[in-house]
Design a protein around this ligand. Structure first.
Ligand code: GDP
Ligand code: MG
Length: 174
């Protein structure tokens, strides 16, 4: 058996909980409930092997830096989320990537995906896709980026597909 702990990080309000909810339950709620910390455990039978996935949903604003440090040090994979409508959340994701590289000597071996959420709000877009691509391509994150919408479900599965590829977990082809 393999156990994988996916830690979801990003500023408050970017849609971390919504992305997880969309992925796990296929649902979306417009109300905002602040997260302290939530752990979701799932088992998948992928090509005959049992894969256990723990998804850790974290708080955006970090009242406890030690909590963030702990979540970074224990992760097997990272999902770093910003909102395409919010420049501060984009800066936060860049900061997180710096912190991960500082705290994890093995960072080059850790699956990571950068997620630009809320693409359904195209009219409120602040962060252009080509700007984000320019950053990821030049910061060791090539191919590890996707724009999604938790509201519509657009590209949500790509987040996990990108992580599975890096973890060398074969995904079932149809
Ligand atoms: P978190 O603090 O990062 O966990 O963010 P939440 O998942 O709680 O979402 C914050 C707010 O943004 C909520 O009101 C959500 O309904 C809303 N939201 C989340 N994802 C999307 C999205 O893809 N599109 C739109 N329009 N709103 C979203
Ligand atoms: Mg949340």
């Amino acid at each position: 058996d393999q156990r994988h702990r996916v830690v979801v990080l990003g500023a408050g309000g970017v849609g971390k909980s919504s992305v997880i909810k969309r992925f796990l339950f296929g649902a979306f709620t417009p109300e905002y409930h602040e997260t302290v910390e939530d752990l979701f455990c799932r088992q998948y039978d992928i090509s005959g092997s049992l894969i256990k996935v723990d998804i850790l949903d974290t708080a955006g604003n970090i009242p406890f830096p030690a909590m963030r440090r702990l979540s970074i040090s224990t992760a097997h994979a990272f999902t770093l989320v910003y909102s395409i409508t919010n420049v501060d959340s984009y800066k936060e994701v860049k900061e997180l990537w710096i912190q991960i590289k500082e705290e994890r000597r093995d960072y080059e071996k850790i699956p990571v995906v950068i997620v630009g959420n809320k693409v359904d709000l195209e009219n409120d877009r602040i962060i252009e896709k080509f700007d984000a691509l320019d950053w990821v391509n030049n910061d060791g994150l090539k191919g590890r980026f996707v724009e999604v919408s938790a509201k519509t479900g657009e590209c949500i599965n790509d987040i996990f597909r990108i992580l599975l590829i890096q973890a060398n977990i074969p995904t079932v082809r149809q």
